[in-house]
Ligand binder design. Structure first.
Ligand SMILES: [Ca+2]
Ligand SMILES: [Ca+2]
Length: 355
């Protein structure tokens, strides 16, 4: 169950740090040394007005479960320079999302690096770096940080920048937004014209799990009986419920009956805790029989009159149609099959082949 507004903070070191081109010209040496704080450094030499490549760290190994909301991201860098004449400083401090440095969200500081190892933080517990982040974005092995340094001046020649560690802290909260049903819409032809199976598309306000036939009720009316749910498939926000239409004609609807078995990814129950507060009345099919199809194998010269029998439940309504065999009942509500009621024009004494 959700824990309300209690936020969780988790910090991790990277599993991978590497020199990555994409900015600057100066290559980081021993980039992997930025994975842990141990006085072993990733270093880069920057001379007058030179910019480094990215020191890019990823594989942070976060395990934030789906259904949580990311509130903020903090990047901490332990760095120093051998001599701070000539303004050695940041050039880029960017998050890496799905393997791509997010240059639009650069938090590079103009602070000149100190000559003793110092940790500086970028972002905070409520700062999303003007981006959007799901737990899976953060869990991804290609989530991380792209860091670059520069010597922003011409005073004193080459400087060596050292980075001991680039760690990341994530602040997140369990998602307390309740799921609900947005719609239950017809997904098959309506009227059903004899279809033995129909489907509904059930759309939820957010991703849910544990949706099953037991969560739904068919509503049979008119002469429909014996309809039953045959499958429930789907995932996330979109699910499909399929039912047999049983026998008879009339209407068939699908309602969701909330029993708190349907949960979102943070285990919030449908409509909140409580049976029935997530109920939803879905769209209704008009159940009709197949169009009348009198026999088509009538020999030349023979005429038949077809009697189209409505499907059961129509109160015995019958249509009679004389003349030549026809392929369809224009009213669309004929019986389940055409049936020869009378035959004329046969001279050889047989009626075979027209029934
Ligand atoms: Ca280190
Ligand atoms: Ca509920």
């Amino acid at each position: 169950m959700p824990v309300g507004a209690l936020a969780t903070t988790v910090t991790a070191n990277p599993g991978t740090c590497a020199n990555v081109a994409g900015v600057g010209t100066q290559t980081w040496t021993n980039a992997a040394n930025a994975k842990v704080s141990d006085a072993a450094y990733a270093t880069v030499a920057v001379n007058d007005n030179q910019i480094s490549n990215y020191l890019q760290c990823t594989n942070y190994g976060f395990t934030i479960p789906a259904g949580n909301v990311i509130n903020g991201i903090t990047v901490s860098v332990q760095r120093m320079v051998d001599n701070n004449g000539g303004s050695p400083q940041d050039y880029s401090v960017e998050l890496v999302k799905a393997g791509a440095a997010q240059a639009a969200n650069d938090k590079a500081s103009a602070t000149v690096y100190p000559t003793t190892l110092t940790t500086v933080s970028y972002g905070n517990a409520t700062d999303l770096w003007t981006n959007t982040w799901s737990p899976s974005d953060i869990r991804a092995s290609n989530f991380g940080v792209a860091f670059a340094s520069q010597k922003n001046g011409a005073n004193g020649g080459a400087r060596t920048v050292s980075v001991d560690l680039i760690s990341v802290t994530i602040n997140y909260t369990a998602d307390a937004t309740l799921p609900s049903v947005s719609s239950i819409a017809l997904a098959s032809a309506n009227p059903t014209a004899g279809a033995g199976s129909v489907s509904w598309t059930v759309t939820f306000s957010k991703s849910v799990k544990s949706v099953s036939a037991a969560d739904f009720a068919l509503v049979q009316a008119g002469g429909v009986s014996g309809a039953s749910i045959t499958s429930v498939t789907g995932s996330g926000t979109t699910w499909t419920v399929t039912a047999s239409t049983g026998s008879g004609t009339g209407t068939l609807g699908l309602n969701l009956m909330d029993s708190d078995s349907i949960l979102d990814l943070a285990d919030n129950p449908l409509g909140g805790a409580g049976v029935g507060n997530g109920n939803f009345t879905g769209a209704v099919y008009t159940i009709t029989g197949v169009p009348c199809n009198p026999p088509t194998n009538v020999p030349a010269g023979v005429t038949v009159s077809a009697r189209c029998r409505p499907a059961r439940g129509r109160g015995g309504l019958r249509e009679r149609r004389g003349g030549a065999a026809r392929r369809q009942d224009p009213a669309g509500e004929g019986g389940i099959a055409g049936r020869v009621a009378a035959v004329s024009g046969v001279t050889d004494g047989t009626q075979q082949g027209v029934r």
